[in-house]
Design a protein. Structure first.
Length: 83
């Protein structure tokens, strides 16, 4: 089948190719390094340490040793779990 020739569903290979390119762009990893650095610069240097300790312990235990693949942060409303 040549490029641009109609397919069984009425679309063309070119259309399918363009649609697949859009899907691939949508699924590419998102990088937040700049946003994290910007936000971290505004915080007190000794904050968030506990979170990194919890995360590091979880990451160490969740590796290839069969540990949990889920990390749950618990806390009261409004204490900054989502920031």
């Amino acid at each position: 089948m040549s490029v641009g020739a109609p397919r069984a569903d009425g679309s063309s290979e070119r259309t399918a190719y363009l649609e697949m390119q859009q899907v691939n762009r949508t699924l590419l990893p998102v990088h937040f390094e700049d946003e994290v650095a910007f936000g971290a610069a505004a915080l007190h240097p000794k904050t968030r340490g506990w979170l990194f300790e919890v995360f590091d312990r979880w990451l160490d235990s969740s590796g290839h040793r069969g540990g949990s693949r889920m990390l749950v942060l618990e806390g009261d409303m409004g204490i900054g779990k989502s920031t």
